[in-house]
Design a protein around this ligand. Structure first.
Ligand SMILES: [Zn+2]
Length: 279
């Protein structure tokens, strides 16, 4: 992009992005629980090599609840209906701690479900609503969406989708649905550990670098972590990396932590500010 275009781009954003309380950065901490639903959805017996999802329910969720409580941070937990249906206790603990419960498929479906999709979205919605509050947010387990996805979510009362990877800031679709983009390249633990073979120290450094860079740009930081074993940050050293990242963000003046729901509602309170510039 030419210098003039870059300057115009920055000016457009400066006029558009205004965070609550004049915060310099908004941090959405999203915990993708991804329990045994992942293995069940693949037809695998969730034992042995495939027991990493069980770790999320036994250890990971509780480790993150303690960490978030210690930092005074409210997070968004993206949950699979199957996990919450079969092992409800950890999900009641999430609800009791005041975090947001949002939807993440029934068995972490990462493929086109065809005409079955609305039924599964509704099923997961009913299960998650049973923890006290109807979910209003969804994140696709694979980034995949079909022509049925958003119309079904809108009918169920959802206000945001956190599946896209195509912007640095939230934006509004023409029909009034908020998109809260995530960054699955460098603010998501899974690819760095699973395919990148990174160490916890490298992931921590990467998260901090992304946060510091966002401070000098638009100030939107959408962190994705998984409390699983394996390609996630459930285990102690990897959870420690997230813990130190939260401490770094918290110690930075002007940082505001928000759940995705609170951020979507904030954006929708002044929708004209968030219209997609390149619709
Ligand atoms: Zn997931």
């Amino acid at each position: 992009m030419a210098q003039d275009a870059l300057a115009q781009d920055a000016e457009d954003r400066a006029g558009r992005v205004r965070w609550p309380g004049k915060a310099g950065a908004v941090v959405c901490v999203t915990i993708h629980v991804d329990g045994p639903a992942v293995e069940a959805g693949r037809g695998q017996n969730a034992l042995g090599i495939h027991s990493r999802g069980r770790y999320a329910l036994r250890r990971g969720i509780h480790r993150y609840l303690e960490m978030l409580d210690r930092h005074g941070v409210k997070a968004t937990f993206f949950c699979c209906g199957y996990d919450a249906e079969h092992w409800p206790e950890p999900f009641f603990a999430i609800q009791r701690a005041g975090h947001e419960i949002a939807a993440h498929g029934y068995q972490h479906e990462g493929f086109d479900l065809g005409d079955r999709e609305p039924e599964l979205l509704e099923k997961t919605h009913r299960i998650l609503a049973g923890f006290g509050q109807e979910p209003v947010g969804w994140c696709s387990p694979s980034g995949r969406k079909s022509r049925l996805t958003l119309p079904t979510l809108r009918r169920l009362g959802y206000i945001y989708d956190a599946s896209e990877k195509d912007e640095d800031i939230p934006y509004l679709l023409e029909d009034g649905f908020m998109i809260l983009p995530n960054n699955t390249v460098s603010l998501d633990d899974f690819p760095m550990y699973f395919t990148g073979g990174a160490s916890a120290a490298e992931v921590e450094r990467n998260f901090v670098q992304e946060f510091d860079a966002a401070l000098h740009r638009d100030g939107y930081v959408h962190l994705t972590v998984h409390p699983r074993a394996g390609g996630g940050s459930g285990t102690p050293a990897r959870a420690g990396a997230v813990d130190r990242f939260l401490a770094h963000a918290k110690a930075t003046p002007g940082t505001r932590f928000m759940t995705c729901r609170d951020l979507a509602e904030y954006c929708l309170s002044e929708p004209s500010r968030w219209k997609e510039p390149r619709a």
